[in-house]
Design a protein around this ligand. Structure first.
Ligand code: BES
Ligand code: MN
Ligand code: ZN
Length: 492
């Protein structure tokens, strides 16, 4: 059974559960927990009184009240600058702990002292998102099942006031959470389990589940379209490329187009990558996964706007048939590209998708891609890079990222940087050298943008993590799903 949350109108002391997660501020025992405490034989008072728990960020305390009262798990939020992010995170910490404890079900309560100025609607959304994030894991390839413990299947979100608004928020949060779960699963699947063909099947399955439109081009179809840059990336692999277009029509008018990089595995090609850490290049389809995650949300919430997802997908391999440094190819837009470095493959296939987007006369186009290692040099693993040609659009994305706690930070696309992509032999070359590597990649994409507002989100530093922490597992982060959901919902 997959993990699910549900809203239960109940005070914490009135709810029966094997584990009650209680989110608290950095302060003395909240007054709102008095009834729960007296029912628990003063377990909270003893814990706080002994100085064993202060409610700092990520701090937890597990209490075993006497009698048949549920175990209590206190989770602190500290003194946060961003309360929304703190509540989401605390829900994740609680859910992750519940999963490792091995309880099949649990309940979660945000004390009013912790929730502060947040509305019931916000708390409903944030706890649904956070809980799903914390509970996520991927045991599918482990056999026999690593853990004999039951897995956490249900988390009751207790709403003691504002129940209608709480439910509304929860519905939004749960839909976004499902999008993130969908995204993370695709992300973690290795290259041999999710070649372009399978990615397209996953997109088609998602589309059929919700009645989204879906078109998948195979190699022949891609040739007929004249997507020479996508074909160049694909030509070294025995895995066939795919070009995926998924469409959600929730309103008339020009659609928002989301473009996701779908490189199922990136060896670098002839400009091959070092062996160290190359296994992480299974995550090079994280942009595609984020786009599909957004379509999971769209299917569940059906907001009033139209959205198209475009996913160029290929495997970047080394072989006798692979593209070579120096090759010149003709893109879908008609511009010729000198391929100086075969490891700069993402911008190649994205170029063809950006050109394909013209046919929708889009309201705007946002692409998302694990595009450059340089973005981690600039921003680390804390924020994604943002570039674009339209200030209103970039501002919208920055705001959405703030709300979603998937931050994006803008880098400039000044004309001086454009020069770095000049080719001796073709219209443009696919690398601009080491300096400003993320920006020259952005400029390359911009060469294929014609007449619509466009933004580019570089998630190479944020799509996956090698750090396990209290709120989340190692591996895929689902970066981009919450960002896109907030962005799209604000436009609907
Ligand atoms: N997929 C990589 C970018 C990447 C690097 C993602 C590290 C995640 C972690 C991309 O295709 C790539 O190889 N970019 C090159 C560009 C260079 C050759 C101009 C890079 O960043 O080194
Ligand atoms: Mn590459
Ligand atoms: Zn790549």
């Amino acid at each position: 059974m997959p993990f699910q949350t549900q809203v239960v109108p109940s005070a914490p002391e009135a709810h029966r559960t094997p584990l009650l997660i209680v989110i608290v501020p950095e302060a003395a025992r909240p007054d709102s927990l008095r009834p729960l405490d007296s029912q628990s034989g003063g377990a909270l008072e003893r814990c706080y009184g002994a100085g064993d728990f202060a409610g700092k960020k990520d701090e937890t305390a597990l209490l075993y009240p006497e009698g048949d009262r549920p175990r209590l798990l206190l989770v602190g939020i500290g003194k946060p600058d961003d309360l929304r992010s703190a509540i989401r995170r605390a829900a994740a910490v609680g859910a992750k702990r519940a999963r490792t404890l091995g309880v099949p079900e649990a309940a979660l309560f945000v004390t009013p002292e912790a929730g502060g100025s947040l509305s019931g609607r916000e708390i409903g959304q944030l706890t649904a998102e956070g809980a799903a994030k914390g509970a996520w894991h991927f045991p599918d390839f482990k056999q026999p099942p690593e853990e004999k413990k039951p897995s956490l299947e249900r988390l009751d979100l207790l709403a003691s006031a504002d129940v209608v608004a709480f439910r509304e928020g929860h519905q939004i949060g749960a839909a976004i959470a499902e999008g993130q779960v969908f995204c993370r699963r695709l992300q973690i699947l290795p290259g041999n389990h999710l070649p372009p063909r399978k990615l397209a099947e996953a997109a088609a399955e998602l589309a059929h589940r919700f009645g989204h439109g879906i078109t998948v081009l195979d190699r022949e179809g891609i040739e007929r379209e004249g997507m020479g840059a996508l074909l160049a990336v694909a030509q070294g692999s025995s895995e066939e490329p795919r070009f995926i277009a998924i469409e959600y029509a929730g309103a008339g008018g020009p659609p928002v187009v989301l473009v996701g990089k779908g490189v199922s595995f990136d060896t670098g090609g002839v400009s091959i990558k070092p062996a160290q850490g190359m296994e992480d290049m299974k995550y090079d389809m994280s942009g595609a996964a984020a786009v599909l995650g957004a379509f999971e949300m769209l299917g569940r919430l059906r907001p009033k706007l139209s959205v198209v997802g475009l996913i160029p997908s290929a495997e970047n391999m080394v072989s006798a048939a692979a593209m070579r440094p120096g090759d010149v190819v003709k893109s879908h837009l008609g511009k010729t590209i000198e391929i100086v470095n075969t490891d700069a493959e993402g911008r190649l296939l994205l170029a063809d998708a950006l050109s394909y987007a013209r046919r929708y006369s889009p309201a705007c186009v946002v692409d998302i891609a694990t595009l450059t290692g340089a973005i981690s040099v600039a921003l680390g693993h804390t924020a994604a890079g943002l570039m674009g040609n339209n200030e209103t659009l970039t501002r919208e994305l920055i705001e959405a990222g703030r709300r979603a706690d998937e931050r994006v930070w803008e880098l400039p696309l000044w004309d001086e940087y454009k020069e770095l992509n000049k080719s001796e032999i073709a219209d443009v070359k696919n690398t601009g050298g080491r300096a400003a590597g993320s920006i020259t990649a952005g400029w390359f994409l911009r060469e294929f943008v014609s007449g619509f507002p466009w933004a580019h989100v570089d998630i190479a530093g944020t799509a996956y993590t090698d750090r396990e922490d209290a709120a989340s597992a190692k591996g895929p982060t689902g970066m981009g799903v919450r960002l896109f959901c907030e962005f799209l919902l604000a436009r609907s």
